[in-house]
Design a protein. Structure first.
Lengths: 424, 424
C-alpha cells in the first residue's frame, strides 16, 4: 500500500454492501431435492408477491427496471456485474443475498436471505441458505479478488448444523463472512452462551459475522411503513451490543462483526453512553457489582478491531461525523443493485459528498477499512482501481487537507469530559 | 408571567420527574378487599426483594439510606416532601409511582407502577393501579399548586375499564396525567386503532399520557445490566413513534404525550431521519404511496405542542443540544427521591450545568415547558419560586447572553440541507 495521503493514486472503492442472487426459480438445482415440492410453492408465492408489488407501485417499478435493465442482470451474471461495477467506479464488493429489493424475485429459497428470521422450519432455513451458499461460492470464485461473499447461516435453527456449515465455508475463494438472522425471535438471545460454538467457528475460519437491515418487529407496525423505517436500525444493530456487552470479543479475540445498511448516525451516541457506563459512571452505583467483568476495554475500543459498520451510502451528516463514529470502523457502500443506494450514479455521489473530506479519511471510508475487516486482496484490488477508480482530483478534493493527529480520539469528547477509564 | 429574560426573577423549577409512594404494606386500605389475599403474598415478595437487594448491594444501600433518611420519607409524607423540595430549589413536580428505586419498597400493589407491563392478571393490574391512584389523589390534593400527579392506567388490560378510570381522574386536584405500561407485550401495539378511546378520553380530560423508563425486553439480557441500560431508552420512547406515525396527534389534536427519564440525546437524530422521510426522501420512492396520509405535519413539528420530553437530570451534552432536540419540548427533572437523579444536590448541579445557558433557555428547560405541557398553576408556582427558587445570579449566568432568533429552526440543520417540506 502506498501513502494513504497520495493525491494521485486512484481510490480503491470497496462497496461494503452489494447484493446478488439468482431469479428465485433458478435456485432449484442448488437446492436439496427433498425440498423441491415446498420450493414450487415458494416460487409461486414469490411471483404473487411481484404481482402485488406491481399493483401498488407500478410506475416506479417500470421506471427503475426500464432504466437499469442491463445493470440489474449483474445480480446473477458475473460479466455484466464486473462491467457495471467498473462503470460505477467500484473495485471490490461485499455481497449479500437478495439481488432484487423492489419485487423480491432474486431471493434465496424460502426467503433465506434478508428475511431468514421469518422462517420457522429449520429444514427450510438451512436448505434455503445452503442453496444460496452453493451458488454464491461459484459466483464469487469467478473473480475472488473483487468479490467478498457473505454466506447465509440460520444459527437460531441449530448450533451444531451451523458450525458444520461454517467449517465447510472456511477457505472457499471469495467467501469472507456469514450473515445471521437479524432477530432471534423465541430462540436464545445472541449474547447468551448458546451460540458460542458459532462465534468460535467464525473466529477460527476468519469469517466476519453480519446482520443486514431487513427484518424488524413487523407485528407492531401493521402496514405503517414509517414505524418500520424508524425501528429497523435498532433491530439490525441489536446483536452488536449483545455480542459486545456479553464479552464475546474478549472470549473470541479474532471474532469480527459488521452491521450493514443501517446507517452510522446512531454509533457515536451509543458509544458515548456505553463508554461512560463502563468508564465513568456514578449513575449506576446502585447497579453495584453488576457491570464488573463483562468486558475488558471501553466499548468504543472494540470498534475498528472487532466491530465494523457497513454504512452503505452515508449521508453528508454521517460523513461529517466520521471521526466520532469511527474513522477506523466505517465502510462506505453502494447497495448495488438496490434502488435506495447510489448505483448507477456512484461517481456523482462521491464527487458531491467527499469534496471536503481529507484524502486519507476518504481512503479509509471508501476501501481501506473494508480491506482490513475482510482481509481482502490488496494487489488484486489495486489493479482494478488503477483502471477504474475515482481519484482525489475527480472528487474535487484539496490535496493539502490533512486529518489532524488523534482526530478520532478528540472527536470522542466524552472520553475527556467524563474522564472515561475502564473501571471494572 | 414576567419577561423570560429577566436577570432577577427566580427560576420556577418544575421537576418533570419525581416519585412518590407508600411503603408497600400501607397500600392495603386503598386496595379493593377482594385482592387482599394476593396482596399479602405480594408484600412478602417485596420484602424478599429487599433482602436480596441488601445482599447484592449492602454498602450502597446503607450509605444512601443513612445519608438521606429524612428526605426519603418525603416519598409519602407531604410535609417532609415540601421541605425537601424547598431545600433542593424545586417549586413544582410531576409525580410518578415507585418512591424507592433502590430496594423497591414503595411500589404500588403487584408492581402496578414502573413494572406495570409485567402484570398478567387484569384484576391485579387495575386493582394495583387504582390503589395507587386513590392514594395519589389525596397526596396531590395536599398541595395541588406544586404537585402534578401521574396516575396509573394499565391500558393493555382493557380499554373500557381504562376509559372509566380516566374519566374518574379528570379534574381531580393535582392529577395531571396518566402513565401507561411501557411495553404492550402480546397486546395490540399502541399505534393500532385499539386504544383510540383511551387517547380520546385523555385528550378530553386534559391528562398527559406518559411512559417512564423501567421496563425493557428483560428476557434478552439474562443478568447483563449493560444490555438493559443500552436498550431501555428505545423501549421507553417506542410509544412516541407509534402515536406520532399513526397520526394520533392529528386524530386527537389535544392529545399530549411525554416520555420520562430516558434522556433526550436520541431526539435530534430521530427527528432528522423522520423529517427527511416525510419531507425530503427520494430513498423511499420504492415505498410508493405508503407514506401518504399518515400525518399532517413534519414529525419535529409535533414537538412542543403534542410531544414533550421529561429529560430528567440532563447531561451537559444534552443541554448543549437543547435547540436541536427541542427547546420548546424538553423538561428538566430531578428524579427525587431516586439516587440516579440530582437530589439532594440539585442546586450544585444547576450551578454547574447551566452556567453557559441563556436565561430564557434555562427558564424553558427548568420550568416553562412543564407549565405549558401540564397547564400548571403559574401564580401558585411563582409564589413558591420567589421563596426558594435559584436565580440567574446563583447559577453564575451571564445576563447579557441571549438566545438567537430562530435558534431551534437553525439547529435543525436537516430542514435546509434536505429542503424538508411535508410531501404527503
Amino acid at each position: 500500500m502506498s501513502d494513504i495521503t497520495s493525491p494521485t493514486d486512484p481510490y480503491i472503492v470497496v462497496s461494503s454492501d452489494t447484493h446478488a442472487g439468482l431469479n428465485c426459480e433458478e435456485y432449484r438445482p442448488y437446492l436439496d431435492s427433498s425440498l423441491h415440492e415446498e420450493f414450487d410453492q415458494y416460487v409461486a408465492e414469490r411471483h404473487e408477491h411481484r404481482r402485488i408489488a406491481e399493483e401498488i407501485n407500478a410506475d416506479f417499478i417500470a421506471e427503475w427496471e426500464g432504466d437499469n435493465a442491463e445493470g440489474l442482470k449483474g445480480a446473477y451474471d458475473p460479466d455484466i456485474r464486473d462491467k457495471t461495477l467498473d462503470a460505477d467506479g467500484i473495485s471490490g464488493e461485499v455481497i449479500f443475498a437478495d439481488g432484487d429489493a423492489v419485487t423480491g424475485q432474486e431471493s434465496p429459497p424460502f426467503g433465506a436471505g434478508l428475511a431468514a428470521g421469518q422462517i420457522t422450519d429449520p429444514k427450510k432455513a438451512f436448505g434455503g441458505a445452503r442453496a444460496h451458499n452453493r451458488w454464491l461460492e461459484e459466483f464469487c470464485a469467478t473473480n475472488p479478488a473483487r468479490r467478498a461473499g457473505v454466506a447465509l447461516v440460520p444459527i437460531t435453527h441449530g448450533v451444531e448444523e451451523s458450525v458444520k456449515e461454517i467449517e465447510a465455508l472456511a477457505g472457499k475463494p471469495g467467501i469472507k463472512g456469514i450473515m445471521v438472522p437479524t432477530m432471534w425471535h423465541g430462540f436464545p438471545a445472541y449474547g447468551s452462551g448458546h451460540y458460542d460454538k458459532v462465534w468460535a467457528a467464525c473466529a477460527e475460519a476468519g469469517l466476519v459475522v453480519h446482520t443486514h437491515s431487513g427484518e424488524a418487529d413487523f407485528e407492531s407496525y401493521g402496514d405503517n411503513v414509517a414505524m418500520y423505517i424508524r425501528e429497523v436500525p435498532f433491530w439490525t444493530h441489536r446483536i452488536l451490543w449483545q455480542l459486545l456487552f456479553s464479552g464475546k470479543f474478549d472470549q473470541f479475540p479474532e471474532l469480527k462483526y459488521a452491521v450493514v445498511e443501517c446507517g452510522s448516525f446512531w454509533v457515536g451516541d451509543i458509544l458515548w453512553k456505553a463508554d461512560v457506563n463502563f468508564g465513568a459512571s456514578n449513575k449506576i452505583k446502585k447497579m453495584g457489582s453488576r457491570m464488573k467483568g463483562l468486558i475488558s476495554r471501553l466499548p468504543s475500543e472494540y470498534f475498528g478491531t472487532n466491530v465494523f459498520i457497513g454504512a452503505s451510502t452515508m449521508s453528508k451528516e454521517e460523513i461529517r461525523r466520521r471521526q466520532v463514529n469511527g474513522i477506523d470502523a466505517l465502510m462506505w457502500g453502494t447497495d448495488y443493485p438496490h434502488p435506495e443506494g447510489s448505483w448507477p450514479n456512484t461517481k456523482e455521489r462521491l464527487e458531491n459528498d467527499f469534496r471536503d473530506v481529507s484524502i486519507e479519511d476518504t481512503r479509509r471510508l471508501l476501501g481501506l477499512n473494508a480491506i482490513d475487516c475482510y482481509d481482502l486482496d490488496v494487489a488484486g484490488l489495486t489493479e482494478v482501481a488503477n483502471r477504474i477508480g475515482p481519484t482525489p482530483e475527480s472528487l474535487h478534493q484539496d490535496p493539502n487537507l490533512r486529518t489532524p493527529d488523534n482526530a478520532q480520539r478528540d472527536a470522542r469528547w466524552w472520553l475527556d469530559e467524563y474522564g472515561c477509564k475502564m473501571q471494572y
